[in-house]
Write a protein that binds this ligand. Sequence first.
Ligand SMILES: Cc1cc2nc3c(=O)[nH]c(=O)nc-3n(C[C@H](O)[C@H](O)[C@H](O)COP(=O)(O)O)c2cc1C
Length: 182
Amino acid sequence: MAEPAAERILIAYATTDGHTGRICERLKQVIEDLGRQVTVTLLSEAGALDLRDFDRVVIGASIRYGHHQPVVSEFIGQHQALLESRPSAFFSVNIVARKPNKNTPETNPYCRKFLKSMAWKPRRAAVFAGRLDYPSYGFIDRQMIRLIMLITKGPTDPKAVVEFTDWAQVEAFGREVCALTA
Ligand SMILES: Cc1cc2nc3c(=O)[nH]c(=O)nc-3n(C[C@H](O)[C@H](O)[C@H](O)COP(=O)(O)O)c2cc1C
């Protein structure tokens, strides 16, 4: 008898500096190790795909000055019915999530506000701490983030590159996405 086709999972994301893409690649590894087929795409390019080809959808995005990229809510609004018709998940990447009391969908202000503002209710949500890379930012962005870090007791050395992401948490989320019942 023929083997059943592997489940297909789409991971679609928005990023400004690339770190959310790295998180998606780690999710892909974990999910592929569990026998699924994974497609990773930028949300801005997801229009070229037929979303009905996927059994599950994961959407991820980062925060910049308090907001996810506008393409995130646009995409979710356009495809809400499809997202609701199969197990779907969401994750947010931001620097506030480096604080242990702000790294869940319930305790992270951006994720909580975002999910509250959406009619779509993902079956699973997660928040991952992001990465700071001062040397790669332009002058104004660097000064703004340093100021925020000063206020919130984070690193302010303008040469600092700090990755706060808990990769074990990312991997656990990948396994949870696979475990969602169809
Ligand atoms: C200009 C700028 C603004 C940011 N604004 C916020 C913010 O308002 N709140 C926050 O928690 N993190 C903020 N961050 C941190 C980013 O969310 C973090 O660097 C994340 O890893 C970026 O992901 P990306 O590389 O996928 O865009 C900001 C970062 C930059 C460079």
